[in-house]
Design a protein around this ligand. Structure first.
Ligand code: ATP
Length: 274
């Protein structure tokens, strides 16, 4: 990945994505800058995961342009780390947590080599950083959802990516581990001027960290700071139906999103809460 100071690490220009004959979003303009933390919000089926898949080079745009690190995104780039949406591993999978993390080093590019000393050391550092040292040598299928999730995050950080794409990485994590993971990602993006794009349904834990929000709803989108986007006026315009954004004891609650005409895609909560 070529790093030009001041150049966006991820750039959507007049971008549109249609999958299975359905236009998810279009005319999207978004530059994610080095060091920036962007949250991608919206109801189920709005196209959040598909946006990450486009940046991973797994889903070609139907319109416009997308560059990651200045180039057309390609599968398997070591400059891009990915924490996929959680799937629980098979209970009998013969893989230790540590092996899973090491696959993020050389493994994903060269198959299953004997890991180098450097990869083993780096895996240990990542395992400690996500607080997984006490169970890293257990079979991954026997670990809890939250433990598996922390190992996936460690794996995604192994290649020291310039762009980290996370799909609901906080799922299954309790509050203290959510904070731990967010702190880690926040420190890392500041220290290495890397970018984070995080799909999440859990708005409140991420609000202290995010610079901007991309909010997708039924083909429409809005991009801005949390203060700009999380308002009743802005979300009412976006959803095309009355939405209330409430601030209750320091938490943001979005009420009314389940009553939109596109409710068939909204099997998620009516409220966006922590
Ligand atoms: N390859 C595909 N072929 C057909 N339809 C697809 C494909 N990929 C995604 N979709 C559909 O596109 C829509 C958007 O999917 P996507 O996973 O991006 O939504 P999302 O916003 O991440 O949703 P969620 O919050 O439920 O995870 C969904 O209706 C999904 O079924």
């Amino acid at each position: 990945m070529t790093k030009t100071p001041g150049a966006p690490l991820v750039s959507f220009q007049d971008a549109g994505l249609t999958v299975g004959g359905r236009r998810l979003w279009s005319h999207l303009d978004l530059d994610v800058m080095p060091g920036e933390f962007v949250a991608i919000l919206g109801p189920n089926g709005a196209g959040k995961t598909s946006m990450l898949r486009a940046a991973l080079g797994l889903e070609p745009l139907s319109e416009g342009r997308l560059t990651v690190g200045g180039s057309v995104p390609r599968r398997g780039s070591a400059a891009v780390g990915y924490v996929p949406q959680q799937k629980i591993f098979d209970r009998d999978l013969a893989l230790r947590g540590r092996d899973l993390v090491m696959l993020g080093g050389d493994g994903h590019r060269f198959g299953w080599p004997v890991p180098s000393r450097q990869v083993r050391d780096s895996a240990q550092r990542m395992i400690e950083a996500v607080g997984a040292a006490s169970y890293a040598d257990a079979p991954v299928g026997r670990l809890s959802g939250g433990e598996q999730q922390r190992l996936r995050i460690a794996q995604a950080l192994m290649s020291d990516p310039q762009v980290l794409l996370c799909d609901e990485p906080l799922t299954s994590l309790d509050l203290s581990h959510q904070e731990g993971v967010l702190d880690l990602l926040d420190r890392r993006r500041r220290d290495s001027h890397s970018a984070v794009m995080m799909v999440t349904h859990e708005v409140n834990p991420v609000l202290p960290f995010v610079d901007r929000i991309v909010y997708l709803v039924a083909g429409n989108w809005a991009v801005g700071t949390p203060d700009e986007i999380l308002t009743s006026e802005r979300l009412t315009a976006l959803y095309g139906t009355p939405i209330d954004v409430l601030h209750v004891r320091g938490r943001v609650i979005v009420v009314g999103a389940g009553e939109t005409p596109d409710a068939s895609h909204h099997c998620g909560p009516v409220e966006v809460t922590a």
